[in-house]
Design a protein. Structure first.
Length: 85
């Protein structure tokens, strides 16, 4: 299976406001392990009045709760928060 690319643009509900931002989020290089996402790349573009106001990007890797506990065993104590699910 080749690389997957997802794209979503969300415009503000009230377009009467001239400075309302428009946020474009693109997920690419989506990696799966079974039915779970194991990683992805995220690009964000924020526009104001049709002009780019800001951009950002990040790459995420996800681990299962069992792997997280194994990797972080030395640092996880009774007060440590549970990993995200």
């Amino acid at each position: 299976m080749g690389p997957q690319r997802r794209h979503q643009t969300r415009a503000p509900a009230d377009r009467r406001h001239p400075a309302a931002p428009e946020i474009e989020v693109t997920c690419s290089d989506i990696k799966r392990r079974g039915t779970s996402i194991s990683g992805l790349h995220l690009d964000v573009v924020i526009r104001r009045d049709g002009h780019i106001a800001a951009t950002g990007a990040a790459t995420f890797n996800c681990t299962s709760p069992a792997v997280y506990r194994r990797l972080r065993a030395a640092r996880i104590g009774q007060a440590a928060p549970a990993p995200c699910r």
